[in-house]
Design a protein around this ligand. Sequence first.
Ligand SMILES: C[S@@+](CC[C@H](N)C(=O)[O-])C[C@H]1O[C@@H](n2cnc3c(N)ncnc32)[C@H](O)[C@@H]1O
Length: 242
Amino acid sequence: MSGKLYGLGLGPGDPDLVTLKAHRILQNVPVIAWPAPDTGASFARSIAAPHLPGGQVEIPIVVPMRTERFPARDVYDRASDEIAAQLDEGRDVAVLCEGDPFFYGSFMYLFERLAHRYRTEVVPGVSSMMAAASVVGRPLAARNDVLSVLPGPLPDVALRDRLNLADAAAIIKVGRHFARIRALIEEMGLTDRAIYVERVSLYAEKRMPLAEVSEGSAPYFSMILIYKGGEDWIHALPGSQT
Ligand SMILES: C[S@@+](CC[C@H](N)C(=O)[O-])C[C@H]1O[C@@H](n2cnc3c(N)ncnc32)[C@H](O)[C@@H]1O
């Protein structure tokens, strides 16, 4: 019998935010696969590290970050072949995913290649957007507020239209687009409603009103939360450490 494929959500970074279910799977699965940039370590593997018993087979999936052609099809074709070989041998494989696997996660490229051929289970994880709201100390949205998730690489015209319509927004994948997005938020008069967060739940976490960010750039693991809905939450709630 073939092995089972897991898309394993591991949460935003703090190993204590790994679910009991993901923990149980990490303790028992004989094979793990994890994404990594071509320069640097795998974030997903670092979240799982304290929970791994050791001795498991590991399949790194190295995704070039500077490719013109994303998703890098060849990389995912090769990785799915390697994973399929393990599944064919009857071994379960857990693909480690930061946050939640189906929330802008690269796991979907393996899912579309493998899920129709093998038993597959997606284990949800705490998404970075939820973790960001909790450390900012301001609810994301309430009542009939419309919450929009906006990828930072969208052009200004699309970001402006969506921000105009939304009551609340989370701008993800800010990274190298930070200066442009910040200028747009300023131009729209939303700076005093925007909170910047970086590396949420990790030791290096930063969170502050966007107006107080002194750097002109941001790391990949950052996002901006904006609230312009009906509640009185322009700033973080009293008691938050923002
Ligand atoms: C490709 S998306 C993956 C989202 C992930 N699947 C999730 O559920 O959180 C990557 C983006 O998520 C956000 N992100 C992920 N982890 C984060 C963290 N610990 N702190 C801040 N932002 C994070 C950043 O905006 C980053 O650019």
